[in-house]
Design a protein around this ligand. Sequence first.
Ligand code: ATP
Ligand code: MG
Length: 422
Amino acid sequence: METFQSDNNPFQKTNTDKINSVDPIAIFNEFLTSKRIFKNKEVLSSSFIPDEITHRNTEIASLSRIMAPSLLFEGISNVLVYGFSGTGKSLVTKYVGKKLASSAEEKKVNVLPVYMNCRLENNNTEYRLIANLCAVFNINVPESGLSVNSLYKRLIKIIDAESTYLILILDEIEKLIQHAGDGVLYSLLRLNESLKHAKIAIIGISNNIDLKASLDQRVRSSLNPVEIIFKPYNANEIFDILLNRSKEAFYENAISEGVLRKCAAMVAQEHGDIRKALDLLKVAGERTQQLGNSVITEDELDNAAEALEQNITEGMIKSMTRQSKCILLSIISVARNKRMGRVYSGEVYDAYLKLSEKFGLKKLTFRRVSDLIADMDYNSLVMSRIKSHGRYGRTRELNIAFSPSIINKAETIIKEELNITT
Ligand SMILES: Nc1ncnc2c1ncn2[C@@H]1O[C@H](COP(=O)(O)OP(=O)(O)OP(=O)(O)O)[C@@H](O)[C@H]1O
Ligand SMILES: [Mg+2]
């Protein structure tokens, strides 16, 4: 092994150092000083916890006020936190939960906020969720094999014995409801009736504003939540957040205020998703670095936006069912015939009937197709609004939500996935 530092180092300084006119050291130094973009790229990842949370004072105060009585062991309301993606719901709720835990510790009250993300597979069934809760209290339970009831019994026993106020923060709660049904919320809240010394409250977080309405009446009334809505950030707010983050993420001069303002304006148009803004900055920075440049330009930001949109659209399309792919293809083909003008769900359905036959798919009813289009709307692939009473009854007016440059690509992917070449 050569260390390049030993006395007999073959690369030791000698008189030959001056022979060449190109100086590698100068190149190294130039690389190390001027061509670097990122001071700390981690800061742009969405899991990074910023020191400062700006423009969410109202939401932080509302949540804190709701949780505060738990410090006197008084009952608190259950909460549903809503808002579009990337509006700071998880960040703010975790932050308030953490502060509550430290306040409780200081005041020697047994209030225990527990955060669980229901998107993760090990949290999305009733058994796993309760087993994980048991694990928080050091009760070991097998991965399966016991009845859920016996898990609940063990949980009740321990939290009652310890007189715990359990505040269960269920992030992306819609995933739990999708997998396990809403009965699990009911069962958890009903535990309050069996608890003598302990209490349980639920704080659910979701980007589905219809969540409460979708709950079973019985569940809705036992949850009876206070609802907190996180409004989308506007462009100025996004700018402030990005400015804070970019000071830590980038070297000075690598990014200008102009580029940050542009980035803020771009995402403000789409519900102010900070995660997306951070992704844009990261991708634009990486591309700039690859090109050997030291300053991120507005053009690079545009390129990053296109690359990201392509990835996201591709990912979403690939994860759709064959029926939904066929419907999206129908929307694209009708829109193309109308030079990308507005299309109506009746026309789409006519095209769908032909395409579904071509792909050998079972023909769904107009109503079902409408529902599947509404799901695409929810996932931002299509924008729709209920328009009039057409041939098939309620008609939706549709616009494709992704940019024209991606439509060709989308069409190719869908056709590939549906296995035809024409
Ligand atoms: N006010 C803020 N100040 C600083 N950073 C923020 C703020 N709001 C959001 N962020 C950052 O934006 C990213 C997304 O926030 P968060 O994960 O809380 O969004 P969310 O509303 O939970 O989204 P989703 O519905 O997709 O889960 C995170 O990196 C977070 O740190
Ligand atoms: Mg979240």
